[in-house]
Unconditional design. Structure first.
Length: 307
């Protein structure tokens, strides 16, 4: 594979390992994070160059990858006073792997196009462990030519790449995926709490779900690993899940699509978010369900509860 000059902006739980995979493949990395200390630490770890501004990243890069909290942050990094647009050469490309609003992605791409730069949106599923193991699933939006250009990089960072359509299609799919996951998560937590109050062992219930139609990614990867042991430590933030539900519901409004279940779910997730407070893990949704019922999802049977 041709060695490229790659910029990477956003070196958090997901971004740092993703940048590491690109560096280990031999690409020259210029990196930047809002935390200057993290920028220096990641640059040293992967053998890259630390930058001070997005424009500096762009000037040193053929392709810039972003992994940021939302579309507004991406837009500021791309088009702000010291943004990428002030350093990008004609023919450069922004590969945004953030979870963002499709309409903001389209606006950002329009701004970059004035400088002769292209954009591909490729948000991910797979959580922190997927980023570490290079087993992310990418949901990709962009022109055929632009997607072909970044596909070798996506293959270094993930196990699957799905080209869903034009620019914005990846971000649309990401919010739909997370909304489905969020409703599954809430329904699973409610079901397990109900069973616990009836006297069932949550571990036994989970074993049934994982061999039955009620099983899901959530039942396989979350409750044993983060809830039954009382860790509540998933690095994905509850507020980010709530953000993605909101994006999906806006898409539903824009397309005239009823989403009554997700609309009600959004209200419940908001209640959990208020209860958990700023910066809470997505796992805190379950703690909120527990508080509402007065029942903890600890292993073992208990006495049947009544109204």
């Amino acid at each position: 594979m041709t060695t490229l000059r790659i910029g990477f902006v956003g070196l958090g739980v997901m971004g740092a390992p993703m940048a590491g995979h690109l560096a280990r493949a031999g690409h020259a990395l210029t990196v930047l994070d809002a935390d200057a200390g993290r920028t220096r630490a990641v640059a040293q770890k992967i053998g890259g160059t630390a930058a001070r501004t997005p424009a500096e990243v762009a000037a040193a890069s053929d392709i810039v990858v972003t992994m940021l909290p939302d579309g507004r942050v991406v837009q500021q990094v791309a088009l702000g006073d010291e943004g990428l647009v002030h350093g990008l050469r004609a023919g450069a490309l922004l590969l945004d792997t953030s979870s963002a609003e499709p309409w903001l992605t389209e606006a950002t791409a329009a701004g970059l196009a004035k400088a002769g730069a292209a954009m591909v949106d490729a948000p991910v599923s797979g959580a922190a462990w997927g980023a570490e193991a290079a087993e992310l699933v990418f949901m990709v939006g962009g022109s055929d030519a632009d997607v072909a250009r970044v596909m070798p990089l996506l293959k270094l960072m993930g196990k699957a790449q799905h080209h869903l359509g034009g620019l914005g299609a990846g971000h649309a799919m990401k919010c739909i995926n997370n909304t489905i996951t969020s409703m599954t998560f809430l329904a699973t937590a409610e079901g397990l709490v109900t069973g616990k109050r009836y006297g069932l062992d949550p571990e036994a219930m989970l074993a049934v779900l994982n061999q039955s139609t009620g099983g899901s990614w959530i039942t396989q990867t979350h409750f044993t690993q983060r809830i039954f042991n009382r860790a509540f430590d998933d690095p994905f933030k509850l507020a980010l899940m709530l953000k993605d539900i909101g994006i999906a519901l806006q898409l539903a409004r824009d397309t005239g699509t009823p989403m009554p279940l997700s609309g009600l779910g959004q209200q419940l997730w908001r209640m959990a978010d208020r209860s958990a407070g700023p910066g809470a893990s997505v796992s805190e949704l379950v703690r909120w369900v527990e508080k509402e019922s007065g029942t903890e999802l600890t292993p073992g049977r208990g006495p049947r509860q009544g109204a």
